[in-house]
Design a protein around this ligand. Structure first.
Ligand code: ADP
Ligand code: MG
Length: 611
C-alpha cells in the first residue's frame, strides 16, 4: 500500500489533546488542539516493532492559540535572539549575514543496569531511582571509571545506539564512561537549537529502547543512587550566523575584539539579571538531588570565563583600557619522543554551572531526564533582551567607538559579581555568593515562582515568547508534576517497606530468635550474645521503620487532598520528602545486617558493579 499525504495534511494535525497537561489553559471538555509542522527540524523515519513510522516534528497549540508545548516558545525565542543579535552585528559593520542561529550540543549522561536486576526493584520501575539502598563497600572513591575500559557489553550497546541514532539523522559522536561506576555519556555534534532539542528527545528514547535488546536498562534519572554521582546534561550553547561567524569566538586577542566583548558583557548581564529563571529552567524533581544538594553543579548561578578573559575584564574595569591578552604558550612534556603541546590560554573549571569553554557557553545544570527546551528558551530570550538594550542605545550613539567602549565597561562593572572562576563545590563559595547577593535556590518548588515574576513576564511578553497566561499555566504544570512525582515515590516506598523490607527483616529476626532458643536448648552454656544483640538491634530498626512507615502513609494521604497546586507541592517538599528520608534510614541500616539471601532486592553493589 502506498500512502500519500497532501501538503495540507502534513502541515496541520489535530490530535485529541484533552489528556495533555495544560495547567488550566483549557478545560478538559474542550479538547481541541492543533499540531503544526516545524519544517526547520527534519522529519524522519522510525523503525520499530510497529513498522516504519514517518515522524514529523511539530509544535502543539490549543484551540484558543496558546502554546501547550515546548517547541513553540523555543522557536519564538530563536526569532527574538536572531533579530536582536543581527542588530549588534550591523553596528559593527556586518551587512551580509542574514540570520543568527543558536547552536546547541547536549552531552547526555545516563546509567546502565542489568535488566533482570532492574525488574526486581519496584523503586527503579516506578520512580526511576532507588528509594532504598545501602552503600556498597566500594563506591567511586578510586575514580577509576572515567578512564577505565568500556566493558564489552556496554560497548556493544553504545555501538548499536550510535547506529540507530545515525539512521534517525542524529549526529551522535562521542561516548565514554562517566565518573560513577555504571555511568556513561553520549554527545552529539552540535546543531541548530530546535533540531538539537528534538534530537535530544530521540537520544533519550533510543538509549532506553536499545538497552532492552542488550538485557540492560537505561536510567535517565538525575540521581538513581544516593551517594553516587548524579547525571546531568551539559547544554553547550553558542550564537552563529548562517555564514559561519560565531559571536562567542573571542579570537586570538580578545582585548581587541570589541564585538566579542560587547556580546560577552551582554550575556553576563543577562545571566546575572535572570539567574532565577535559568535556575528554574533546569529545575525538575530529580534534579533537586543534584542542585543544592552535595552534588555538582551548585544551585547558585555563576559564570566561569577563564583566566584570559578575567584578565581582560580586570584591565577594563580598573584602567578602563584593555591592552593585552594572556596567551597559552607551550607545555613541555619533557620526553624526547613526545611533542611539546600547545596550551590553551586558560584552564577549565568543571564546577561552574555556566562555563565559557572557548567559543560557547556550557550550561551544566540541566537534568539528565529533562527536555533541553526550557533552558534554551531562557538563554535565547535573556540574550535577546540584553542585545536589544545595547542596540537601542548604540544605534543612536554619535560616537560609536566611545559609546560601545563605555557600555562594555559599564556592563562588566555592574554584573561582575556573576563571574566566579573558583571552586563552585566549596562551602566558602556559598557564603561568598550570599555576600555578592546571588540567589541560592535550593529546590524545584522554590525555583518555580521565577517564571511569573514581573521581570520575567515583562521580558517574555516583550519578545513574544510566552504570554502571562502561558507562563502561569507552566507554573501550575510544574507544581503538579512535582507533587505527582513525590506522591509516586512515597507510595512506592510505602509499598516496598510494608510488603518487602519489613517482612524480610521479620524473617531475619525470627531466624535469630530460632537460633537463640535452639542453641540455648542444645547447649545451655553456649554464648548466644551475638544472636541476642543482633535480634535487639534488628527489632529496634524494625520498630523505627514501623513508626516511620505509619507517618509517611499519614502525611502522604494528607498532602494528596490539598487542592491548591502550589500549596500541595510545597507540602510534599516540606513534609513528605523528610518523611521518606526517615523511613529510608532504618531500612538501609537493616540492609547492612539482614542475611543477603533474605533481602528482597538487588543491592547497590549488585546494580552498579555487575553490569
Ligand atoms: P567538552 O565538553 O569536553 O568541551 P566537546 O568539545 O566535545 O566536549 O563539546 C561538547 C559538546 O559541545 C558537543 O556536543 C559539541 O558538539 C558541542 N559544541 C562544540 N562546539 C560548539 C559550539 N560552537 N556551539 C555549540 N555547541 C558546541
Ligand atoms: Mg561538558
Amino acid at each position: 500500500v502506498i500512502m500519500e499525504f497532501s501538503g495540507k495534511e502534513l502541515i496541520k494535525g489535530e490530535p485529541d489533546a484533552s489528556s495533555f497537561p495544560s495547567g488550566g489553559l483549557r478545560a478538559t471538555f474542550e479538547a481541541r488542539g492543533y499540531t503544526a509542522w516545524d519544517c526547520t527540524s527534519p522529519a524522519f523515519l522510525r523503525e520499530d516493532a510497529i513498522g516504519v513510522t514517518l515522524c514529523i516534528p511539530t509544535a502543539f497549540c490549543s484551540y484558543t492559540g496558546e502554546a501547550l508545548d515546548k517547541k513553540t516558545p523555543l522557536l519564538k525565542s530563536m526569532e527574538a535572539v536572531d533579530e536582536q543579535a543581527l542588530r549588534i552585528l550591523r553596528l559593527f559593520g556586518n551587512t551580509t549575514s542574514k540570520r543568527v542561529v543558536p547552536s546547541v550540543g547536549a552531552e547526555q549522561e545516563y546509567f546502565l543496569v542489568d535488566r533482570e536486576k532492574y525488574l526486581q526493584r519496584k523503586d527503579l520501575i516506578y520512580a526511576g531511582r532507588t528509594l532504598f539502598g545501602a552503600m556498597p563497600p566500594k563506591g567511586q572513591e578510586l575514580e577509576d571509571h572515567y578512564f577505565g575500559a568500556i566493558r564489552e557489553r556496554v560497548a556493544a550497546y553504545m555501538k548499536e545506539v550510535n547506529e540507530e541514532l545515525w539512521r534517525l539523522g542524529v549526529p551522535a559522536k562521542t561516548q565514554h564512561n562517566e565518573v560513577a561506576p555504571a555511568q556513561h555519556e553520549l554527545a552529539p555534534i552540535y546543531e541548530q537549537v530546535n533540531v538539537a532539542v528534538d534530537h535530544n528527545q530521540m537520544v533519550m528514547e533510543t538509549l532506553k529502547k536499545v538497552a532492552g535488546r542488550h538485557g540492560l536498562n537505561c536510567l535517565l534519572h538525575e540521581k538513581p543512587f544516593a551517594g553516587v554521582n548524579g547525571s546531568g546534561k551539559h547544554n553547550n550553547w553558542s550564537l552563529t550566523t548562517e555564514d559561519g561567524i560565531n559571536l562567542l569566538n573571542p579570537g586570538e586577542t580578545p582585548h581587541e575584539n570589541i564585538q566579542f566583548l560587547l556580546v560577552l558583557s551582554c550575556i553576563l548581564k543577562a545571566v546575572d539579571r535572570h539567574a532565577d529563571l535559568l535556575r528554574e529552567s533546569a529545575a525538575d524533581v530529580g534534579n533537586d538531588h543534584r542542585l543544592g544538594a552535595n552534588e555538582a553543579p551548585p544551585a547558585i548561578i555563576s559564570v566561569f570565563i577563564g583566566e584570559q578573559l578575567e584578565d581582560v575584564v580586570d584591565q577594563l574595569c580598573s584602567t578602563g583600557e584593555a591592552t593585552h591578552s594572556k596567551v597559552g604558550g607551550t607545555l613541555k612534556t619533557g620526553v624526547k619522543t613526545l611533542p611539546d603541546l600547545f596550551k590553551d590560554a586558560t584552564d577549565r573549571n568543571r564546577t561552574s554551572p555556566f562555563a565559557f569553554t572557548g567559543n560557547k557557553f556550557e550550561f551544566r545544570m540541566v537534568g539528565s531526564s529533562d527536555s533541553i527546551s526550557s533552558p534554551n528558551v531562557v538563554l535565547n530570550t535573556i540574550a535577546a533582551e540584553a542585545f536589544k538594550e545595547a542596540a537601542d542605545i548604540l544605534e543612536k550613539a554619535e560616537d560609536f567607538d566611545t559609546a560601545v567602549h563605555d557600555m562594555i565597561k559599564e556592563q562588566l562593572a555592574a554584573h561582575r559579581r556573576i563571574i566566579f572562576n573558583g571552586n563552585g563545590y566549596a562551602d566558602a563559595w556559598v557564603e561568598e555568593a550570599e555576600m555578592r547577593g546571588l540567589p541560592n535556590i535550593k529546590s524545584m518548588v522554590e525555583a518555580i515562582p521565577a517564571l511569573t515574576t514581573e521581570a520575567s513576564v515583562r521580558m517574555f511578553e516583550a519578545f513574544n515568547v510566552f504570554t502571562k497566561a502561558e507562563l502561569e499555566s507552566r507554573v501550575e504544570i510544574e507544581y503538579e508534576a512535582y507533587s505527582k512525582a513525590i506522591n509516586i515515590e512515597a507510595r512506592t516506598m510505602i509499598d516496598m517497606a510494608g510488603k518487602q523490607i519489613i517482612p524480610a527483616a521479620v524473617k531475619y529476626a525470627t531466624m535469630l530468635a530460632d537460633s537463640l532458643s535452639k542453641v540455648q536448648t542444645a547447649c545451655p552454656d553456649a554464648d548466644v550474645s551475638v544472636q541476642a544483640e543482633l535480634l535487639t538491634e534488628t527489632s529496634a530498626y524494625l520498630s523505627d521503620m514501623k513508626v516511620a512507615l505509619a507517618n509517611l502513609t499519614d502525611v502522604t494521604e494528607k498532602c494528596g487532598i490539598i487542592e491548591n497546586n502550589k500549596e500541595q507541592a510545597n507540602a510534599y517538599h516540606d513534609i513528605v520528602v523528610p518523611a521518606m528520608e526517615a523511613l529510608r534510614a532504618p531500612a538501609d541500616k537493616l540492609e547492612m545486617m539482614v542475611d543477603k539471601e533474605l533481602w528482597p532486592m538487588p543491592s547497590y553493589g549488585d546494580l552498579i558493579f555487575e553490569v
